[in-house]
Design a protein around this ligand. Structure first.
Ligand code: IYR
Length: 226
């Protein structure tokens, strides 16, 4: 191996697996992930902060443009903050459902049964607001430093967060109130951060039900040149 012109460490390599073992692991992970559903009925039972901390650590392992890790996760279990977020979100959502949404959009949402009421923002034990850092402030000079592929990087981290919460045994709801400016204001985030999504998580309510909708088949979502 040539010496590289930057500091390196040995890769923590995955164990070598046979082709059959690779397929079995790939399939096993699919089977675990395919039971993930967006859930809107949460149990109010508290979830320890440590569970959320591990899941956020997992989100923080995502790849990012120039390794800038341009994300902040604000985890909220405080009832007063949850109440304020619910009130602000419902105000935006009422405007969306009454005025802003096009007929086509409302038609597309009909099978999901969503509306402007967001009781889960209070019921669920945790809300995790994901922010993307549009730029960074240099710690030494206070100058603005560029971040790269910011929405892509922060969205990858959110995907890992959903997988980690699912793996822990929690359910999630990916909530994208629009516009989301109220999240930055309510949560006092600095001017370089923009809200990306609000992830609601906890245990499901015992009688939780989900829409009867299907995932697209492999054929519908992929093309192979092999
Ligand atoms: N943000 C609204 C509407 C909404 C939009 C889409 I696209 C969804 O997949 C689900 C909901 C809401 O949260 O109700």
């Amino acid at each position: 191996m040539p010496t590289l012109p930057f500091p390196t460490i040995p890769l923590i390599a995955p164990p070598h697996r046979s082709d059959a073992e690779l397929e079995s692991h790939a399939r096993g992970f699919f089977e675990a992930m395919t039971t993930r559903r967006t859930v809107r009925d949460f149990s109010p039972e508290p979830v320890p902060r440590a569970v959320i901390e591990w899941a956020i650590r997992c989100a923080g392992t995502a790849p990012s443009g120039a390794n800038k890790q341009p994300w902040t996760f604000v985890a909220i279990s405080d009832m007063d903050v949850k109440r304020r977020l619910r009130a602000a979100a419902e105000e935006e959502e009422r405007a969306f459902y009454q005025d802003r949404a096009t007929p086509e959009w409302l038609e597309d949402l009909a099978p999901l049964g969503t509306n402007a009421d967001k009781p889960f923002l209070e019921t669920a034990p945790w809300l995790i607001a994901a922010f993307q850092q549009s730029w960074e402030i240099d710690a030494a000079t206070g100058a603005k430093r560029k971040n790269y592929y910011v929405p892509e990087s922060a969205s990858l981290a959110c995907g890992l967060l959903l997988a980690a919460l699912h793996h822990a045994g929690l359910v999630t709801l990916t909530h994208t109130p629009s516009p989301m400016g109220f999240l930055r204001e309510t949560l006092n985030r600095p001017s370089n951060e923009r809200a990306l999504m609000l992830i609601v998580t906890g245990r499901p309510a015992p009688d939780a039900r989900v829409p009867d909708i299907q995932r697209k088949s492999l054929d519908a979502i992929s093309v192979f040149y092999d």
